[in-house]
Design a binder for this molecule. Sequence first.
Ligand SMILES: [Zn+2]
Ligand SMILES: [Zn+2]
Length: 336
Amino acid sequence: MICAKQVFRCFKWIERAGDRLTGAAGPVFVALAVVLLSVGAACFFEVILPSLRWPWLTAPLCLLVVLNLFTHYYYVCTVLPGFVTDPPPHHGSGWLWAQPRTPMRGRQMTGVRWSEELNLTKASITRCKRCGEMRPERAHHCRICKRCVLKYDHHCPPLFATGINQCVGLHNERHFVLFLIYLTISTLCYSVLGWEHAWRALGWYNDSWNHYSPEVAFLLEYLLSVVIFFAVTVMGGFHLWGIANAETSVENQDNEHYRKVARSRGEVFINSYDLGKRKNLELYFNVGPNGYPLYTLIIPLRLEPYTDGRSWARRPGLERHPGVMHGEELTDDDEE
Ligand SMILES: [Zn+2]
Ligand SMILES: [Zn+2]
């Protein structure tokens, strides 16, 4: 009789083989995504944009969206997620970096860039059983990168148009979510503003197709836009909801488990990182009174996260999550 455990192991093996395969083919998928995004942008600017009203307004807006789309995609693929063995990064110089609103006080002390009004606690440290590195809480081991990643969210496989072929963690998570947001806006614009052109490309009207972009390219991009719009809206919505609740994708699952365990004891689990939706979003994008100016959400500049990943802002008076006892914390082994 085949034991359920063996079947489970077999599935895990297939999943890992798949991960390795897509990992090896990663650069090809990323190149494909760049080609699809570029052809889409070219079709939009050549076919759709000239037919829009108020070109003095729509043209700069569309350019801004496309600039954000490509730049955040570039950043999310090239900015490393932050491995626990890396030295703490420093604020970069140059015109690509945004300037914070206030000088970073207390930076050397806590690694946190925000003001003293937050309740900051040093992260607890554990040793990873896989790579043997000491790592702060919220870091997890990525079995594809084979390293521990600060504030690990997920390893993004190189699939379809959103594949980035690396981990999403502390240092590139902001670019990942902004990329999803700008991809949603772009595909929505293409789908809504391009439908008449799509019918024309299909030959439904009697007039001719007088554009440089081939009809087949326009139609292919149109179909992709509609599909990607729905997929990315769901994905982006899931991530934004998690951010508003101060949970990474991993913590979203873990906290569900903690809630059940706490409830079975008659206790209530509280996510101590949750400072309220507005503050959680401010901290994630690092904008607001003590972070960077709001324009960094529409101008694609680099900026540092509010923390170095070794200290975390928590609800006043809390140093850990109430409802979870010592030794009950889930580890990466439990997720296997
Ligand atoms: Zn590890
Ligand atoms: Zn990874």
